[in-house]
Design a protein around this ligand. Structure first.
Ligand SMILES: [Zn+2]
Length: 521
């Protein structure tokens, strides 16, 4: 059974559901961050598929302070903003509305491309609009109970004047440096402390202020519970770093039950998404970004990666290994074949269906093998559409032509970025050294081939292939030895694409070059 169908199978169908996920937009999102949003998105789609009443939301904690500087940003410019809420910091690109908006938009774009379009919420807007005011009041009124929860669940002892709220300092605009020490039902007493955190310095300002309408924000574990209540969330999981005993999810859950008196959303723990075996941490700021994944894989194939891997299994994807991407396409095609054969009746077929972005039809499609496309595009003048129509034994339809064009695009990228040198077919400008090792029989074959090509024209690769084979059969080197001689003198390899088509394409491009090379030995 497909993991997302199984994950949601015991949820109450009579209830209206909301699947929610969220994050802090503190810089470029790492590819690893896609695991959480996709797990939620796929759970949402599986619920839709099972006819639940459900929607999907995503919230950005854009009121969180900047508490670290990504390596790609200029320290001189951003140091003064450390500790300020992310939505009040100018965007590095100079165009976006804020720092938070710039990076969030980039991330939204990457999951939008895979077909996920949750309704987006911004902490700053929820707080500023006053719609969090009730939650802020409840949490402040219940501060003693929340302190008790921290002690019981996380063994963290908070002083009696600790409140789960941080105000934006009216003097220096920082939120990461402030503490609240009292609450009189109208205003909180706050202090902006110079030495509260290592990454930012408070201004020392203190006073009283109303905590409502966006002047302050609940601390995140408390805020998480408040968001469940505010958005009416029924399904929300988290990465395993949040799901440890005494961790943030457990604290938020206790606050939800004991303070807000709400049902804790159905929860699950998604595993990490690893690239090449190492956990990609967003704080390091380097490496593979969420947006990068969609530059090396088409959306449905990228989505397939997450659909085929159960959410509790660590996903280890290493595109730098030359076989990874062609293998992924082959596996995708295998699932597609199951879908065209039996629809969603087999897990394979269902996984293919769940990987699609739009409507799925069981109309059989011809999928050109990625590996073959990658080989063919390296040859000048190959008519790919004709090649694959021949393989299919009928013309490609519009949809198949689109798929072919897409695979051409992505195989070029793979070839450039990840393919090993063995996979690259490169016509050598000069006769390779290895040609000297060819036997007399092989040389004779090349002369015969030269003779053939100067005296006869060939309409298609098939016809030329047949004649080359006839020549090879009568040569003592045998077909294998003869074909090796062709690949040796043109691409310096002992194997290559089908000789008939390969030679014909070369002839079309530069006949003089081909004939000269054949007699150069
Ligand atoms: Zn201050």
């Amino acid at each position: 059974m497909y993991w997302a169908d199984k994950l949601i199978q015991n949820l109450d169908k009579n209830k209206t559901h909301r699947v929610d996920d969220g994050s802090t937009p503190s810089g470029h999102y790492h590819v690893g961050s896609l695991r959480a949003v996709l797990t939620h998105g796929l759970a949402y789609e599986a619920m839709n598929h099972a006819n639940f009443k459900v929607d999907f939301t995503y919230f950005f904690n854009d009121m969180d302070p900047m508490d670290g500087l990504p390596v790609y940003l200029d320290k001189k410019i951003y140091e003064e903003h450390m500790g300020k809420p992310l939505y009040k910091i100018p965007a590095p690109d100079g165009k976006s509305a804020s720092f938070a908006k710039q990076y969030a938009s980039e991330y939204i774009d990457s999951f939008n491309k895979m077909g996920f379009r949750p309704e987006i919420f911004w902490s700053s807007e929820l707080y500023e609009s006053g719609s969090m005011n009730d939650n802020v009041r409840t949490m402040l009124d219940n501060a003693p109970e929340i302190r008790k929860i921290y002690l019981e669940v996380a063994k963290q002892s908070k002083p009696d004047n600790w409140y789960p709220l941080q105000v934006i300092c009216p003097n220096c605009q920082k939120i990461g440096t402030t503490i609240v020490t009292d609450w009189d039902s109208h205003e909180v007493t706050y202090e902006c402390k110079p030495d509260l955190v290592e990454w930012a310095r408070g201004c020392g300002h203190q006073g009283k202020i109303s905590p409502f309408d966006g002047r302050a924000k609940l601390m995140w574990k408390v805020d998480w519970a408040a968001m469940w209540a505010r958005l009416g969330v029924t399904v929300e999981g988290a990465g395993k770093d949040h799901m440890t005993a005494g961790g943030s999810h457990e604290i938020a859950s206790e606050i939800a039950r004991r303070v807000l008196k709400i049902t804790v959303p159905f929860s699950f723990m998604n595993e990490f998404f690893l690239i090449g075996g190492a956990k990609m941490s967003s704080s390091k700021g380097k490496g593979f970004r969420a947006t990068d994944l969609l530059t090396i894989l088409p959306p449905a194939v990228a989505k397939f990666l997450f659909v085929r891997t159960p959410y509790r299994t660590a996903l280890n994807f290493d595109p730098s290994r030359p076989e990874t991407i062609p293998d992924l396409f082959d596996d995708y095609d295998r699932h597609a074949a199951a879908w065209f054969e039996n629809g969603d009746k087999t897990p394979l077929g269902r996984i293919y269906q769940a990987s699609q972005l739009g409507d799925t039809s069981t109309e059989k499609l011809f999928l050109p093998r990625f590996r073959v496309v990658a080989k063919l595009i390296q040859m000048p003048g190959v008519d790919l559409e004709k090649y694959f129509s021949d393989e299919k034994k009928s013309p490609l339809n519009e949809k198949e032509k689109e798929i072919l064009a897409e695979r051409v695009r992505y195989s070029k990228i793979w070839m450039k970025e990840f393919a090993s040198s063995e996979e690259r077919v490169e016509i050598k400008d000069k006769l390779p050294e290895s040609a000297k090792k060819l036997s007399e029989d092989q040389k004779t074959f090349l002369k015969d081939l030269h003779q053939l090509l100067t005296t006869k024209e060939f309409a298609d690769g098939e016809a030329l292939q047949t004649e080359i084979f006839e020549l090879a059969k009568i040569n003592p080197a045998g077909p294998k030895g003869c074909f090796v001689s062709i690949y040796t003198i043109f691409i310096d390899k002992t194997y290559g694409p089908k000789a008939g088509w390969f030679m014909l394409d070369l002839l079309k491009k530069d006949k003089e070059f081909v004939l000269k090379r054949l007699t150069q030995l």
